[in-house]
Design a protein around this ligand. Structure first.
Ligand SMILES: [Zn+2]
Ligand SMILES: [Zn+2]
Length: 340
């Protein structure tokens, strides 16, 4: 096989560079994928900006990968994972690769069904090479057959914005009034699921971001406004997707007694201090880390039922730096997706 192309982060704080490499060979339990699309996640921005500790360098970012199986490593078919049925993968099959790239299956968290907190994990596009490329090798046990929308670019954002969004959503509980702070890739997916489930979605954006607010309303939000505004009714729960710590005390003020504020991102600016009375009455602040494969199976089944349709902006792979810049500047409605 000829070489592959990848956009590589060699040093945090510097732009990605296009590199040609030999196509890697999948090891035991791994598959080689020919990538069709890879979503651009805010986590990639944090990685490029050096806000995440200890990346493997050089690293190919990208953990919302849609691709087709090009080669099977030894032992992939018939692979069995305790508690989860893993479908055998076949050549040419369309699969998705998420952020969670590998877990140890041995630590207390893995044994306890909380592999999202594994002590020795690998993360796609952070500690193992990801999808800003034409090819990637992935652990077959962490790849998911994709049966929903046949559009590869529109499917890619489901792999992180969808999956970790879904984990955040479940963490928010069953309340009917739900606030979403930061109406980007994750919120634009979750709003559709929440509306489908009959919840009232309140979308909070940067003040004056009329485009994001009208996208939110078109996707089922009953109200959209600036983050500083009080919602028309007290919220049962709020999920913060924007990496802005100042939103935590704001969201806390917007939730009712017993309400919960879920921080859905991997990195956030510092949270300013706030009066204890804003937390009192059993309000809670929690964070969400990573995902389990169970989250993925659940969400990938629910998304098509809920009729989730993503809004995407496509960029050629070599324009990855432009896509990241647009995400940083808040110029993207929905999600950015790289096409090799
Ligand atoms: Zn992500
Ligand atoms: Zn583990």
């Amino acid at each position: 096989m000829a070489g592959m192309r990848a956009m590589v982060l060699e040093r945090p704080g510097s732009p990605l560079v296009l590199r040609e490499r030999p196509v890697p060979t999948p090891g035991a339990g791994e598959i080689l994928l020919e990538i069709a699309a890879c979503g651009v996640c805010r986590t990639d921005l944090h990685l490029v900006d050096g806000e995440l500790p200890d990346p493997k360098l050089p690293i190919v970012p990208g953990h919302e990968i849609v691709g087709r199986v090009a080669e099977l490593g030894a032992g992939v078919n018939g692979l069995d994972v305790k508690g989860l049925t893993v479908k055998s993968l076949v050549l040419g099959e369309r699969v998705g690769v998420p952020w969670l790239g590998h877990t140890c299956q041995a630590c207390a968290y893995c044994r306890d069904g909380r592999e999202n907190l594994c002590d020795a994990p690998l993360f796609t596009g952070y500690t193992r090479d990801g999808g800003y490329a034409t090819h990637v090798v992935a652990d077959a046990r962490f790849c998911f057959p994709l049966t929903g929308s046949s559009d590869d670019a529109e499917t890619a954002p489901l792999l992180c914005a969808g999956l970790i969004g879904w984990r955040s959503y479940r963490m928010a509980g069953e309340g009917r009034a739900l606030g979403l702070y930061g109406f980007g890739a994750a919120a634009h997916i979750l709003a559709q699921v929440a509306a489908w489930q009959g919840r009232r979605v309140y979308a909070f954006t940067r003040a004056g971001d009329v485009a994001a607010q009208s996208l939110a309303k078109s996707l089922g939000a009953v109200w959209a406004g600036g983050s500083e505004e009080a919602p028309p009714e007290p919220l049962d729960a709020a999920i913060i997707f924007a990496p802005v710590g100042a939103l935590v005390p704001l969201a806390l003020k917007a939730v009712k007694k017993g309400g919960r504020v879920v921080c859905g991102g991997i990195h956030m600016s510092d949270i300013p201090s706030f009066p204890y009375r804003d937390l009192w009455e059993e309000r809670q602040i929690v964070s969400v880390a990573n995902l389990t494969r169970e989250d993925a199976h659940e969400f990938l089944a629910i998304a098509p039922q809920a009729g989730v349709k993503t809004t995407v902006t496509r960029y050629p792979l070599v324009e990855a730096n432009a896509a990241l810049a647009d995400l940083r500047q808040g110029r993207i409605q929905g999600a950015a997706v790289l096409i090799p």
